[in-house]
Design a protein around this ligand. Structure first.
Ligand SMILES: CC(C)(COP(=O)(O)OP(=O)(O)OC[C@H]1O[C@@H](n2cnc3c(N)ncnc32)[C@H](O)[C@@H]1OP(=O)(O)O)[C@@H](O)C(=O)NCCC(=O)NCCS
Length: 250
């Protein structure tokens, strides 16, 4: 599968075929450019979540994420954004209520700084994570959260490759947890991912699922310069299609 900066603009999705994955990126609108109908798509609880964000860009990112999830899911399943019945698993993963086969749709969302990324497939589950590159205490985070295999790989990396390798590994780890739907209930050092910042990555080891590395793998996503992203899958997808969402009214 490919990964590139080529995310052509689209206002609605093409048909989502079995075996395809559609990834959408949405730029968080500047103040004054947020479509006026977005807030109205949300439930009272979701609107409260937006209102509780103290920093304006955080509120706009939360609103963008949920409004665009509702808009896109609505287009995939033929409902209006307000009719999309979302619920969360006990671990917090949003799912679409009342889905039956064969039209079942899987999705996952991630956001960082100015971008929201949304992924859709006809199943099985997928996991997404995106992070804006920024200065962090990489060594401390690797020591605190990475597995022994990852720590060894990290120590052998040239200093100049470390920022890119950190975000490649970190987004793979988060994407794996998000595909499983377990969030941080699963310890980050109980599995290992490859650290190389190439177009794909591997699950190298998983303590409680020794066979998981046979199927789980990662596709690197480049939503925009200065960002790293990963898509976690436990099956081979023939086609990954990427789009920039131009929401109606946006
Ligand atoms: C919630 C979590 C699943 C991802 O958090 P995150 O990386 O901070 O945030 P992302 O933007 O990638 O993902 C948030 C989205 O994941 C989805 N999500 C929430 N819980 C989820 C779960 N258990 N499984 C899958 N997806 C989940 C939601 O759609 C959420 O978006 P929304 O709130 O707009 O609906 C969890 O792994 C977490 O809390 N991570 C924190 C990681 C951390 O401490 N990082 C420090 C980096 S140095």
């Amino acid at each position: 599968m490919k990964s590139s900066y080529d995310w052509p603009a689209a206002a609605e999705p093409p048909a989502l075929e079995l075996g395809e994955i559609h990834l959408w990126r949405v730029k968080v609108p500047d103040e004054g450019n947020v479509p006026t109908d977005w807030l109205g798509f949300l439930t009272a609880e979701e609107r409260d979540r937006v209102a509780r964000k103290r920093i304006p860009v955080d509120a706009r990112r939360t609103l963008t994420s949920r409004a665009c999830l509702r808009l896109l899911l609505g287009m995939y399943v033929g409902r209006s954004p307000e009719q999309i019945a979302l619920e969360a698993t006990p671990e917090g993963k949003p799912i679409l209520r009342g889905q039956g086969e064969p039209d079942r749709i899987e999705f996952n969302v991630s956001h960082s700084a100015e971008w929201v990324i949304l992924g859709f497939s006809r199943g099985p589950a997928l996991g997404l994570d995106v992070e804006c590159h920024r200065e962090l205490e990489f060594d401390d985070l690797v020591t605190g959260f990475f597995s022994p295999i990852e720590r060894k790989a990290w120590a052998s990396l040239p200093l100049t490759n470390r920022c890119e390798a950190f975000f490649a590994a970190w987004t793979r780890k988060e994407a794996y947890l998000k595909a499983l739907g377990v969030g941080l209930a699963k310890s980050l050092d109980s599995f290992s991912v490859s650290l190389g910042a190439g177009s794909s990555g591997k699950l190298v080891w998983c303590a409680d699922h020794p066979r998981a590395p046979q199927t789980w793998h990662f596709v690197s996503i480049d939503p925009a310069p200065g960002y790293a992203g990963a898509l976690a899958l436990d099956y081979s997808s023939k086609t990954l299609r990427t789009f920039s969402f131009h929401a109606p009214g946006g």
